[in-house]
Design a protein around this ligand. Structure first.
Ligand SMILES: Nc1ncnc2c1ncn2[C@@H]1O[C@H](COP(=O)(O)OP(=O)(O)OP(=O)(O)O)[C@@H](O)[C@H]1O
Ligand SMILES: [Mg+2]
Length: 223
């Protein structure tokens, strides 16, 4: 599904180069459930944002099925992303001028859902995440845990082929975290490919295998 070849990313400060990813090669099969682990600063979020097609200032080759992402124009890349990928941001990234319900409608707006179907998906999702009574509220008024739940709900509502989740349970109680992991397992069993970043071994245990990142390099892979 995804092939990354020799991905390099650095953040430059004036003349100083700060290499963050140093030649990452990675293959992600359709139907996989992968965890990326590694110390803080090792480049996990940077890598996930590249896979998520948010970032384009990197070198190397990225194939999404047969599409060469490194050759796409920004608009084409955005379209590919919006149609295929759900992203859970480490810092939520909800739209604060929109209500909870409106945030959930955003990913649906990129697909050809009819109005009734859209409403049904929103209602089902609100219920599944126990957010029904929060639907008219603005995310910035809610707790970090609730914002995280909304972020996860938004990433999965449109049934994307690929879910990328950056520390999706960092602000949740352990019971909520388990629920999210069980949702991921269920979605994965139904064919959704999942890549999560986490510091939690407990969360990692839900995935099929673990990739370890250190100083911008993949240093190990375990089943
Ligand atoms: N927008 C940016 N501008 C400058 N430097 C950045 C930027 N984003 C990341 N970096 C740097 O890249 C390195 C890797 O950051 P990244 O966020 O990918 O780490 P991480 O593995 O996700 O860490 P954490 O576990 O703390 O989330 C860090 O040294 C960070 O300072
Ligand atoms: Mg990170």
């Amino acid at each position: 599904m995804i092939t990354l070849r020799n991905i390099e990313r650095s953040f430059d400060y004036g003349r100083e180069k700060n290499p963050v990813l140093r030649g990452v090669n990675l293959d992600i099969e359709e139907g996989d459930f992968i965890t990326i682990m590694g110390p803080s600063g090792s480049g996990k979020s940077t890598l996930l944002h590249i896979v998520g097609m948010h970032d384009s200032t990197w070198a190397g080759e990225y194939y999404f099925y047969d599409q060469a992402v490194h050759k796409l124009k920004p608009k084409e890349r955005a379209e590919l992303r919006n149609k295929n990928i759900g992203f859970v941001f480490q810092s939520y990234h909800l739209l604060d001028q929109m209500t909870v319900q409106e945030n959930l409608e955003v990913p649906l707006s990129y697909r050809n859902y009819g109005r009734a179907e859209r409403e049904q998906l929103v209602n089902e999702t609100l219920e599944r995440f126990q957010l029904t009574d929060k639907r008219k509220q603005y995310p910035s008024r809610l707790s970090g845990g609730l914002q995280q739940l909304i972020g996860v709900a938004r990433a999965m509502i449109a049934r994307p082929k690929l879910i990328l989740a950056d520390e999706p349970t960092g602000n949740l109680h352990s019971a909520q975290a388990r629920e999210i992991m069980e949702m991921f397992v269920k979605l994965n069993a139904q064919g959704t490919t999942i890549v999560q970043v986490t510091h939690s071994e407990e969360n990692a245990a839900y995935s099929r295998h673990i990739i370890r990142l250190f100083d911008g390099r993949i240093v190990g892979e375990t089943d």
